[in-house]
Write a new protein. Structure first.
Lengths: 223, 244, 223, 244
């Protein structure tokens, strides 16, 4: 079996690129995990679509205040310096380019930066939430994802076949196998697991991986 | 100038069949549960209002509030960003059966369309949804070399919102993330009805701390110990109560 | 010399049409005077463009707080129920149709409701302030003005010759001689000073005054 | 994460020649007098910054603040709604002599254009100015049978604003009508510098009472006893001081 990173390890890797003082929005679900791995000495300020900036982690079980939740409807906590605001101001922060980083999940990312992460097709009830807003405005839009789908199909593709969330919006992808930048309409490989060969990585990637200088080792702690 | 209404039934009495109603709240926070249930009570007693268009981020959670409105069959159409829900299945079933209409709007666009309705801005351009299925049929224009989608304002006949403190002039404050869409909806509805946890005389709110100025509010009704939707849902509450 | 109302009397007359509980914006200068003549038992809530709703009258001389001013830069006072907000929210109130009445001055009003009140032509420095915003959105846009200019020319005209502030926006004009509605592109005379004949009034009016039912007597107190 | 700057000179050191600068204030309230005067001090010492585009409701009052900036010849262009002034005459004279450019914008449109700049809305439609000289050359469109004028967002390189309390993260409150354009300008500028009457540690402002969240603020500098423009003007103050 091919070695691959756990979700926690992918989240950890993404967290290392968040600078001290950055304003960050983490998509609901898996991306929320990134908050756990802020490097010591760095302080990110987290934004949630439903109108809070600078909130803290989850409260003790039983201590939840359900008026103090994030966009994933999980209870959060106050920290000194938290601010509340309404939804239009919240998305002014998003759309107006005030966030430094947004980290989202993905079904597919295309080599031109197109993202599909909201719909797997016409079945069921469509639901988009804030994903289409988040992909515009943040200075960096990063994706964290398994490198392939559950049935082994590439998630990094030449062009998305699923309904798009945004056009040309993703700047970096952290996968279970690699760190890949989107640059001038191409995937550029920045890091890969030392245990996987370039050929094997290319084989599970749906579009050409370009090289631009040395490829780093993707090394993460046991978590 | 006293915008207080003595009780919930009176507060919602004027909402007719077919009305467009914005309802505050995001997930379990900020939902005006008592106002919504007063509307259900009226429907159960009189058969009205029905055929409502409801504007909210979601399509109901659990079996109270908006979910209960939908379960009662009072809703013709939902305008929201995230209508998907594991519980209840009622929206999903009605939607798949073609019994309820859905206008799906990205969350930030929903907020901005409502603000635009309140601010007299009939249309604006946003990068959100450009190149996606949700931009289909909408005008596109380029500004400074980037493409944008034109979106229209969203208005309503009524807004039902939940606030923390309200004075008799209708000035409002909110509680934490329960603020969410409510200040915008208050602006965008022809009539805004706010349930407030605490009604105070004018002067009871510091002028610097007013979030929604009274000009946007038609009436307030005090609900001193309001239910919290998430708390109700975790207790598996149903409205009206299921008798065992 | 023809009898005519003083500015205070014109303002008094306009004040009589402001309902209890109305949200009102008074243009800077002469229109501000309307606030003095609120009928007893009625309470209007005043809005000023620079972000205050529900302020009170002028403070005692020497007691001014110059952070608490109206759009005319005059000091005002707090009242129970005052609210502060920023300029975008303030003009959301204006443009969004939330004001019941706006009362403005005028250089010219045309029979179709066009208003000219911001510029007397290309000389000097142009300045518009909030006038162009105020004429849109308020449910009623009323003008208070002398019936004629200082050199005796009509201010109620067939069409404005001065630069427009707004198109088809004025609904009622309170002048020093009459109360005139704008209705379906025509001036409709509602009230006139008893001492002036219809012919004399028409002679100082630049467009046809139509009648629609009885013309009331414009009777105001000595002020 | 501490956005405090030790002094005014450092706070304005990065503003280059030719910058577009939004400056808070309406009439005599809310003007960041000390920040503006620090900019003048720098200009007098170094000859820079000059050729500035200034966005403010007015074109200066008296002989302090923006009026003093214009008197020094540091301003190339003003964007405002009400530039007319009996005192000083300096803007009037420079304007009539063709030495300073003016973009005249209706006040509500100015506010909304600045908000749009901050909110990522490149263009919007407004009824304001339709059919007037100020709509000349702008696209017009009809919505629901009414004509509207298309207006573009307004952004700036810097915003200089005055706030009441600021915490180290840049969360701000304001004082009464001194709030005016400042929260909007904070959103619309690439870098926002706020002078605050009181700097407090995070937690010193109730999260419910924050008017400008810190994400919109780059730096704060404490000016404990700020001058009030109207008070200065009533005392006929000049900057720099006229030596008798």
């Amino acid at each position: 079996m091919t070695p691959k990173l756990t979700n926690a390890q992918i989240a950890w890797r993404a967290a290392q690129d968040i600078a001290d003082g950055a304003y960050v929005n983490l998509g609901i679900g898996f991306p929320e995990m990134v908050a756990r791995f802020q490097p010591p000495g760095r302080q990110a300020i987290f934004h949630t679509e439903n109108g809070i900036l600078g909130f803290g982690g989850a409260p003790e079980p039983g201590a939840e205040d359900w008026d103090l939740i994030n966009a994933g409807k999980k209870a959060v906590t106050l920290k000194p310096g938290t601010a509340f605001f309404h939804h239009a101001d919240s998305f002014a922060m998003v759309r107006g380019g005030h966030l430094d980083v947004a980290i989202l999940g993905a079904y597919q990312v295309a080599q031109n930066g197109d993202l599909a992460n909201w719909s797997t097709g016409p079945k069921g009830v469509p639901a988009v939430g804030g994903a289409m807003d988040l992909v515009h405005g943040a200075k960096r839009v990063a994706v964290i994802t398994d490198h392939v789908t559950k049935d082994g199909k590439p998630k990094l593709v030449q062009s998305c076949t699923l309904p798009l969330t945004g056009v040309g919006c993703v700047t970096r992808v952290y996968t279970s196998l690699a760190v890949v930048d989107v640059q001038d309409g191409r995937f550029v490989l920045r890091e890969k697991l030392p245990a996987i060969s370039l050929d094997d990585l290319q084989a599970v990637t749906g579009a050409r991986l370009h090289l631009d200088g040395a490829v780093g080792d993707l090394v993460v702690p046991e978590l | 100038m006293d915008k207080r209404i003595p009780n919930l039934a009176t507060a919602v009495a004027g909402i007719p069949d077919g009305a467009t109603v914005m309802i505050g709240g995001f997930g379990g926070s900020g939902a005006p549960i008592e106002l919504i249930h007063a509307l259900i009570d009226r429907y159960l007693a009189t058969g009205s209002p029905k055929g409502l268009t409801i504007i909210n981020n979601n399509a109901g959670n659990g079996h109270v509030g908006i979910a209960a409105l939908i379960e009662q069959g009072m809703v013709r159409k939902m305008v929201c960003s995230f209508p998907r829900s594991a519980d209840p299945r009622v929206f999903t079933e009605k939607y798949l059966a073609g019994e309820i209409e859905l206008e799906l709007v990205p969350q930030g666009t929903l907020a901005e369309r409502i603000r635009a309705g309140g601010a007299g801005i009939p249309a604006f351009y946003t990068p959100t949804s450009y190149g996606t299925d949700l931009a289909r049929g909408k005008p596109v224009a380029e500004f400074d070399g980037r493409p944008y989608v034109q979106e229209r304002w969203l208005k309503a006949d009524f807004a039902l919102i939940k606030a923390e403190t309200g004075d008799h002039y209708g000035n409002l404050t909110y509680r934490m993330a329960a603020r969410n869409f409510s200040p915008l909806m208050a602006m965008a509805a022809a009539r805004t009805i706010a349930q407030v946890t605490q009604a105070v005389a004018p002067g009871g709110i510091d002028p610097e701390h007013v979030v929604t100025p009274g000009i946007f509010v038609s009436s307030i009704v005090e609900v001193a110990n309001p239910a919290q939707e998430e708390v109700l849902n975790r207790a598996d509450a149903h409205y009206p109560k299921v008798t065992a």
